[in-house]
Design a protein around this ligand. Structure first.
Ligand SMILES: Nc1ncnc2c1ncn2[C@@H]1O[C@H](COP(=O)(O)OP(=O)(O)OP(=O)(O)O)[C@@H](O)[C@H]1O
Length: 297
């Protein structure tokens, strides 16, 4: 019989994950499975717990948003342990890419059906990411939002509008193998999965097991282009806009020639501070085994 542990982030989804963990435990216990629950106590704790559980448990289930999933998944790369996901965050990009339902009962069913898939595990500098990572306007918004007192969609929209008027494109230097080029961009997103979360598809063509990263570069949009970009994000058409550039690569180095030191970034929905220059890379051997809900990755 498989040993399963649930690692739940009690602050994720405004406390939704505590109830979700209890219901998951009861449902799986009723199927005769032996389930242990552990709650995180601070940021970074999920990763430590997962490392400790690797030898003891076969399936380690993240109950939380993409931040919690990232911490646990990072600990499981190239191990024999399998990641399960019960999504309780607001974005849930990796769960959505793997077609795991947002409804709790249906997500629990996926756990015991065990449709196991192997996905790529790229890095930004030395840290793994599984959905998207990047720099530019969206990173700036994610930092402004994190500094605000309240959460929620209204504050997120406020942060986005405020930064739109303040934030300008930067000149980046991009290195792909031997090729170097200079490029103005408002947003640079490096994607493993197709979406940021919330069904906002920044890289609709990204395949999570193809050994490649999908890079999307957006210019600063006019007000009308901003509306157009927003619609295209949710209709999987952003890459078809003639002002949007995309490329596929295993590795991309990104620098800002006019700056040095630290830069704002974002990784799997969380604000990050990284040291320039940046390297986004994917090693062909780095894989994560995860319970999904589809064969079409
Ligand atoms: N007990 C805890 N107390 C405070 N922060 C925690 C705790 N456990 C985990 N965290 C941190 O909370 C952050 C947010 O978690 P997560 O992304 O899972 O949920 P969320 O913010 O509700 O989801 P979303 O990002 O989709 O809105 C993560 O960076 C994680 O490290």
């Amino acid at each position: 019989m498989k040993n399963i542990v649930l690692i739940a982030n009690p602050v994720s989804g405004n406390g939704k994950s505590i109830k979700a963990a209890e219901i998951t435990q009861q449902t799986l216990a009723a199927k005769g499975l032996n389930i242990h629950i552990s709650y995180t106590q601070y940021a970074g704790h999920a990763s430590q717990l997962a490392k400790n559980f690797i030898t003891e448990f076969d399936i380690i289930v993240a109950i939380g948003g993409d931040g919690t999933v990232n911490e646990i998944a990072s600990a499981l790369v190239n191990s024999t342990a399998i990641l399960g996901i019960i999504p309780t965050g607001s974005g849930n990009g990796l769960a959505r890419h793997l077609k795991i339902p947002m409804n709790l009962k249906s997500a629990i069913k996926c756990l015991y059906r065990e449709k196991i898939v192997k996905i790529d595990a790229p890095k930004i500098n030395n840290e793994y990411f599984f959905c998207t990572a990047g720099v530019g306007f969206d990173a700036q918004v994610s930092h402004s939002f994190a500094k605000m007192k309240g959460r929620g969609l209204t504050n997120y929209i406020k942060a986005t509008v405020f930064e739109y008027f303040k934030y300008h494109s930067k000149k980046y230097s991009l290195s792909l193998g031997e090729n170097n080029k200079s490029q103005d961009a408002f947003v640079i997103t490096v994607a493993n999965a197709a979406q940021y979360g919330n069904n906002a598809f920044i890289a609709p063509k990204a395949k999570i097991n193809d050994g490649l990263l999908e890079v999307t570069l957006l210019p600063k949009p006019s007000f009308f282009d901003a509306i157009n970009f927003s619609i295209r994000l949710f209709t999987k058409k952003i890459h078809e806009h003639d002002k949007v550039k995309t490329l596929q690569t295993e590795t991309i180095k990104i620098d800002v020639p006019t700056e040095s030191g630290d830069i704002y970034g974002h990784k799997d929905g969380e604000p990050e501070i990284w040291h320039l220059p940046l390297e986004f890379s994917l090693k062909s051997n780095d894989k994560l085994t995860v319970i999904g809900n589809t064969d079409k990755l």
